[in-house]
Design a binder for this molecule. Structure first.
Ligand SMILES: Nc1ncnc2c1ncn2[C@@H]1O[C@H](COP(=O)(O)OP(=O)(O)O)[C@@H](O)[C@H]1O
Ligand SMILES: [Mg+2]
Length: 304
């Protein structure tokens, strides 16, 4: 008898639509292959759904706040049913770009220079502070968002206006802008699965470049990099995965400029539609979408 899989998707984050897509595509693939599948939102009916359906594994297809940051993982721990991807602590560390970057630095994993800016302090003096610590252009981004939501490349002229437009975050990151190539690496447990390069036609790899096929971001695999460089970026992603204590599959986002890799972040719940990057990397390695999902489910079952 094939397993019963409860898929968690949707949620309340800004990546709700992407999560619904991930959930639906994982569900379709599993159903096609004889699994018993139910999709649910992580709302107050969750407990009832779990008790009623009695899943063997919970596939967490949520992205962003509440789904990828340790909150839902804390709730799932209560049910004593294996759930996919990282646990409570790794999820919350990885979702917080300030804490995870401090850990990267401590472990000598190169990441762009940054500082955080809180709205309690006045913006006066900020331009000078940026000029002293970094140089323009810089990137302003929330500490715990995903899918490039509210990520801005800023110059001296527009930064204050942009900061004022995203005051809801209270605290944001101001990071050195790194030009050059965009490379992402998938790690699967102890395996360095592979890497892909993205060439956005837009100014950077923003929300449209990620999800709107009309934006025509080019996906390049295999990447044109010497083996030594390829090993280097794969090792950086592997170490980030281990340093944060991640489980299952992760995807690390890098910039490559002047022969140096810069780790921007590690994603503990990368998108899992057929057109997402991790499935694309897996496919290149000869691993089908189904095999990838089954590996993730199996890995979840092994955790406890
Ligand atoms: N320091 C940076 N230098 C250059 N581009 C950046 C930088 N930070 C972010 N970006 C661009 O914004 C995208 C999203 O940033 P990232 O830190 O990965 O946040 P998210 O969690 O939203 O994906 C990156 O893929 C990259 O294209
Ligand atoms: Mg990213």
């Amino acid at each position: 008898m094939k397993k019963k899989i409860l898929i968690l998707s949707g949620g309340i984050s800004k990546e709700r639509l992407i999560s619904l897509d991930t959930g639906q595509q994982v569900a379709n693939e599993l159903k096609k292959n004889g699994y018993r599948v139910k999709i649910t939102e992580p709302n107050h009916n969750l407990e009832k759904n779990i008790k009623f359906f009695k899943p063997n594994v919970i596939f967490n297809a949520l992205h962003g706040q509440f789904g990828e940051d340790g909150y839902i993982q804390t709730i799932l721990e209560r049910f004593k049913i294996p759930y996919t991807h990282s646990g409570v602590i790794a999820s919350s560390i990885a979702m917080d770009k300030e804490i995870s970057k401090k850990l990267f630095i401590k472990n000598k994993i190169n990441t762009p220079k940054f500082f955080t800016h809180s709205y309690d302090t006045k913006n006066e003096g900020l331009i000078n502070k940026i000029k002293k610590k970094l140089r323009f252009p810089v990137v302003v981004k929330p500490l715990n968002e995903g899918s490039s939501v509210n990520v801005y490349i800023c110059n001296e002229k527009n930064i204050i206006k942009i900061l004022n437009s995203i005051k809801q975050y209270k605290k944001v990151m101001i990071e050195q802008f790194i030009g050059g190539r965009e490379i992402q690496v998938a790690i699967m447990g102890n395996k360095k699965l592979g890497a892909i390069e993205l060439k956005p036609k837009r100014k950077f790899y923003d929300y449209q470049a990620k999800y709107n096929s009309n934006a025509k971001t080019e996906h390049i695999i295999p990447i044109n990099l010497p083996k030594g460089k390829m090993d280097m970026v794969m090792n950086m992603a592997y170490r980030a995965h281990k340093v944060i204590g991640c489980r299952g599959v992760t995807r690390s986002d890098f910039k490559f400029f002047n022969d140096k890799f810069y780790l921007l972040e590690i994603n503990t719940q990368p998108g899992m539609t057929k057109l997402s990057l991790v499935p694309e990397i897996a496919a290149y390695q000869g691993m089908s979408f189904l095999k990838l999902i089954e590996w993730i489910l199996n890995d979840a079952s092994k955790k406890k």
